[in-house]
Design a protein around this ligand. Structure first.
Ligand SMILES: *Cc1c(COP(=O)(O)O)cnc(C)c1O
Length: 229
């Protein structure tokens, strides 16, 4: 067994345990965050059964995809989205987390090839009230959600969040809970959603206990990342 396949089994086991601490039964999917990891590392995880991979940097992701064309993988774009990258993102990814303004949603919609299934998107919500952080303010989520639902080449699946990093477990719970309450608010308004993308290597068990359905895990699976040059 390789290190990556061993860690993958451990994480899947920890996810199952964390599900038992959640208020309601939920599906939880592991998104393997492979940014700054080699195509070989992705292949190793894929051979161990992992299919969904998350990438932050377009060019790096496209290079890796080319090397892994023989594998049947599902690619999620989870990084910040620049306008001039929407064309390629819409063409080469199945999912985009991190949509936080209408202009980006429109550009993704317009660029999604007609022969592909609609692009699956999550709206990124800002629960930390930091002006510098990306993500739409909680009060503006419903308006953006409606606008995204009106775009035919996109399918709104739910919300994504990257809470302020903290080791204070109480604060971690609180931030994830705010995302879940925002999500529940959208469900109450009639939006058909099934995805709450939150939780990373250091806090995914807490995110699951607060309702996460996709956890985005990099370091805990692949080990530390090489610094980006
Ligand atoms: C890098 C990254 C992750 C993974 O972080 P780890 O701490 O390595 O698990 C998850 N989500 C996003 C948006 C990221 O940029």
């Amino acid at each position: 067994m390789t290190i990556i396949s061993h860690r993958l089994q451990e994480i899947l086991f920890a996810i199952e345990n964390a599900k038992a601490t959640a208020l309601a039964a939920q599906n939880v999917q592991l998104l393997a965050v492979s940014k700054a990891q080699s195509a070989d590392a992705v292949r190793e995880a894929a051979l161990a059964g992992q299919r969904a991979f998350g990438e932050n940097y377009l060019q790096e992701a496209l290079d890796k995809r080319t090397q892994l064309m023989d594998m049947d993988l599902i690619w999620h774009f989870i990084g910040p989205i620049q306008s001039n990258k929407t064309q390629q993102i819409a063409k080469h990814f199945s999912w985009v987390h991190g949509v936080d303004r209408l202009k980006i949603a429109q550009r993704l919609n317009d660029a999604r090839p007609v022969d592909s299934t609609p692009l699956q998107v999550c709206i990124q919500v800002n629960v930390s009230d930091e002006a510098s952080k990306s993500g739409v303010h909680i009060d503006e989520v419903a308006t953006l959600a409606q606008a995204v639902c009106d775009l035919p080449r996109l399918t709104l699946r739910g919300l994504m969040a990257i809470p302020e990093p903290t080791t204070d477990a109480r604060l971690q719970h609180q931030q994830f809970k705010r995302v879940r309450e925002c999500y529940d608010g959208l469900l109450a308004l009639g939006f058909k959603l099934d995805t709450l993308s939150m939780g990373m290597s250091n806090d995914y068990a807490i995110a699951i206990s607060e309702g996460a359905t996709i956890v985005r895990i990099g370091t805990a699976l692949f080990g530390s990342r090489a610094p980006k040059t």
